[in-house]
Design a protein around this ligand. Structure first.
Ligand code: ATP
Ligand code: MG
Length: 234
């Protein structure tokens, strides 16, 4: 993997929140470093409350660290103004959450092509790419359904297609299978693993299931504000 590009990098990220008792600060991230190469799937495991979601939000520029920097394709993202950061995020990063956050009043196809329209893609082109992504995820029969008419696994596939819409170089997924049964977890996981090659996308995948983590390339455990290597790239 030595000649691959580093598409996502975190350098000395620190983040604290006021502690629940209100008496001091809770240090969630303590000078965390992370590098992810293109087409690499990095899993982050850790107990509830260890800071996994906080880390993912900062990697995606949804939240700011107290100190440290995040780089997307070697560019420091917290140097950008808020609107530039939002625009770059829409193009470079796709998010998949445990609960899909699809827009209920729109069809699967419309949910998928929305980020394309926001990025300025003509409607026809956006529709075409959205349909082809849904097809690749085995959802070609479901493009006109609304989220409420889809199963949990199908909704999550729509969310993955939406995350891929603008050809991002990074997918950030927070417990993407946390809400699914074993069979659907397997389907989604296989699709994510396949997509990182076909779409050349790097992923950071948060999971509490060690079985899932061991199917990823590199696994870290987040513990007491630090990332500990749990499984090396193979
Ligand atoms: N906005 C906030 N204000 C105060 N405390 C926060 C905030 N966001 C997170 N925390 C605290 O920071 C810690 C880490 O939270 P985080 O959501 O990152 O954990 P997590 O590892 O994702 O947990 P889970 O596995 O349950 O999703 C928790 O103790 C949480 O209560
Ligand atoms: Mg979380």
């Amino acid at each position: 993997m030595n000649n691959r590009n580093i598409v996502l990098e975190a350098a000395r990220l620190s983040k604290s929140f006021p502690s629940k008792a209100g008496t001091g600060m809770l240090e969630v991230l303590n000078k965390v470093d992370l590098q992810v190469q293109d087409s690499e799937i990095t899993a982050v495991i850790g107990s509830s409350g260890s800071g996994k979601s906080t880390l993912l939000h900062i990697l995606g520029g949804l939240d700011h660290p107290d100190s440290g920097e995040v780089y997307w394709n070697e560019i420091p993202i917290f140097k950008w103004k808020q609107d530039k950061l939002a625009e770059e995020r829409n193009r470079q990063v796709g998010f998949v959450f445990q609960f899909h956050h699809l827009l209920p009043e729109f069809t699967a196809l419309e949910n998928v092509y929305m980020p394309g329209l926001i990025a300025g893609l003509p409607v026809k082109e956006a529709e075409h790419r959205a349909a082809s992504l849904l097809d690749r995820l085995g959802m070609s029969e479901r493009t006109e359904h609304r989220p409420s008419q889809l199963s949990g696994g199908e909704q999550q596939r729509v969310a993955i297609a939406r995350a891929l819409m603008n050809n991002p170089s990074i997918i950030l997924a927070d417990e993407p299978t946390g809400n699914l049964d074993e069979k659907n977890t397997d389907i989604i996981l296989n699709q994510l693993i396949e997509l990182r090659e076909t779409e050349q996308v790097a992923m950071v995948l948060i999971t509490h299931e060690k079985d899932i983590a061991t199917r990823c390339d590199t696994v870290y455990e987040l513990k007491q504000g630090k990332l500990h290597l749990y499984q090396e790239a193979h």
